[in-house]
Design a binder for this molecule. Sequence first.
Ligand SMILES: C[S@@+](CC[C@H](N)C(=O)[O-])C[C@H]1O[C@@H](n2cnc3c(N)ncnc32)[C@H](O)[C@@H]1O
Length: 172
Amino acid sequence: MKYADPSDVILDVGCGSGRAAFILEKKGYMLHAVDIVDYRVVPLKHFKVYDGKSLPFPDNSFDLVSFNFVLHHVPNAIKPVLLKEAKRVSRKHVLVLEDTPKYFFDHVMSFFHCFFWRWKIASTAPFGFFQKERWEQVFRSLGLSVLVSNPLVRFCRKPWEPLARSVFLLRV
Ligand SMILES: C[S@@+](CC[C@H](N)C(=O)[O-])C[C@H]1O[C@@H](n2cnc3c(N)ncnc32)[C@H](O)[C@@H]1O
């Protein structure tokens, strides 16, 4: 992985199907994964379901804590809580990959994505995609230094969802 050293111990928060974590495990990374539900389609050596707010690990347990397209699924009020948790359990870096709407098309797609997620989990809490600059403000307000804040290519995830996305590497 571009943002991790081979010896790094990684926490994948919101691993979903577990496919990305599985690939990293196969590459030899020491990896733990958590999610609020278990819908893994691949086995992972270290996986836990947790409450979505308090990461069930002691302080400074990992070199890199990553959120791969997870934070827009987290209610806005809980986003800083979870990022503070990431800061607590990481001794080096936090990596965030997120949809960061830029143009009208991105905003419309993001709106429907959040709408269906809220419906799926029967929630009325405000969820949201933030623009790149807003994320940077949130990270800095939590004392996380922004080392990298770069756009990703629009087709990096699903070809039928060519949305604006960004990668953020943060130093705790
Ligand atoms: C779009 S999927 C991304 C899955 C995976 N990271 C990937 O890139 O394929 C979003 C994931 O975030 C998880 N999620 C939602 N709220 C969460 C929370 N508070 N903490 C951790 N995971 C959460 C969902 O259960 C889901 O697995």
